[in-house]
Design a protein around this ligand. Structure first.
Ligand code: BEZ
Length: 211
C-alpha cells in the first residue's frame, strides 16, 4: 500500500555516492528529505540536483539531511555529478542512492507504471526526527520541482511541530501565523505574548512565536 502522512518512513540499507547508508541510522535525530529523479544524465534532473546542492547550506541550517535516489547504478551517478557541478555551478555533496534493483523505489512507491514502467516519478518525502512522513509530493518527469518551496514547507513543519500554530497560504518564514484550532482564544492570548488578532473565532493570527 502507498505510504501516507504519519506513516513510519521505511528503513533500508543502500549503496550511495557517499558509501553504504542505513537510512534511519543516517538520519539520526535530524530531519530528512528523500527524493527520486527519473534518470541520470537527463536535463530536468540535472537542474534539480544542482538547485538542491545550491540550497545545501539552507538545508543544513534547518538540520535536514538530503538524499537523492534514482534507479541508475553508482558508476553512472559518479560521472553525472561532475556534469551537475560543471553546468549548475555547484558542488553536490549530498548522497545519491543507487537503486538499480528498485528496492527504495518499491518501498516508497516511486514507480508509477502508468507514467513509466522503468523510471521513478519525481517523488519527495520529508521525514521528521521521529521517522514519520511529514510531506509527500509527486511531480511528473516533465516538471522540475521548486526546492525553495520545499524549504518553505520545512520551515512550516518545523515551526508547527514546536508551537500550536498553522501557517496560512503562501506563508513565508517570519510572517504571521494562525493559532491552531485546538487552542481557545483565551488560551492563545496567554500562550502568544506578542498578541492575537481575532478576525473570526476560527481565524486568529499571531506573530511567528520564535521570531
Ligand atoms: C529530465 O530530467 O529532463 C527527464 C527525465 C526523464 C524523463 C523526461 C525528462
Amino acid at each position: 500500500m502507498a505510504l501516507r502522512l504519519g506513516d513510519t518512513a521505511p528503513d533500508f540499507t543502500v549503496q550511495t555516492t557517499a558509501g553504504e547508508i542505513r537510512f534511519h541510522e543516517y538520519l539520526g535525530n535530524s530531519w530528512g528529505i528523500l527524493f527520486s529523479h527519473p534518470a541520470d544524465y537527463t536535463p530536468v534532473c540535472t537542474t534539480e540536483l544542482g538547485k538542491t546542492a545550491l540550497l545545501q547550506e539552507e538545508f543544513r541550517k534547518r538540520d535536514v539531511k538530503v538524499l537523492a535516489v534514482s534507479v541508475d547504478p553508482l558508476d553512472k551517478h559518479a560521472g553525472w555529478v561532475n556534469d551537475i557541478n560543471e553546468t549548475q555551478h555547484c558542488r553536490v555533496d549530498f548522497p545519491i542512492i543507487a537503486d538499480p534493483d528498485r528496492v527504495v523505489a518499491g518501498l516508497y512507491d516511486m514507480i508509477h507504471p502508468n507514467a513509466s514502467e522503468t523510471f521513478t516519478v519525481r517523488s519527495l518525502f520529508v521525514i521528521g526526527p521521529d521517522k514519520k512522513i511529514k510531506l509527500i509530493i509527486t511531480y511528473p518527469a516533465s516538471t522540475g520541482r521548486n526546492f525553495t518551496e520545499v524549504l518553505r514547507v520545512v520551515d512550516s513543519l518545523q515551526l508547527t511541530a514546536k508551537y500550536s500554530v498553522a501557517t496560512p497560504a503562501d506563508w513565508k518564514n517570519g510572517e504571521d501565523v494562525i493559532v491552531a484550532l485546538s487552542v481557545s482564544t483565551e488560551e492563545a492570548r496567554q500562550k502568544f505574548e506578542k498578541g492575537v488578532n481575532v478576525v473570526k473565532p476560527y481565524l486568529r493570527y499571531t506573530p511567528q512565536p520564535d521570531k
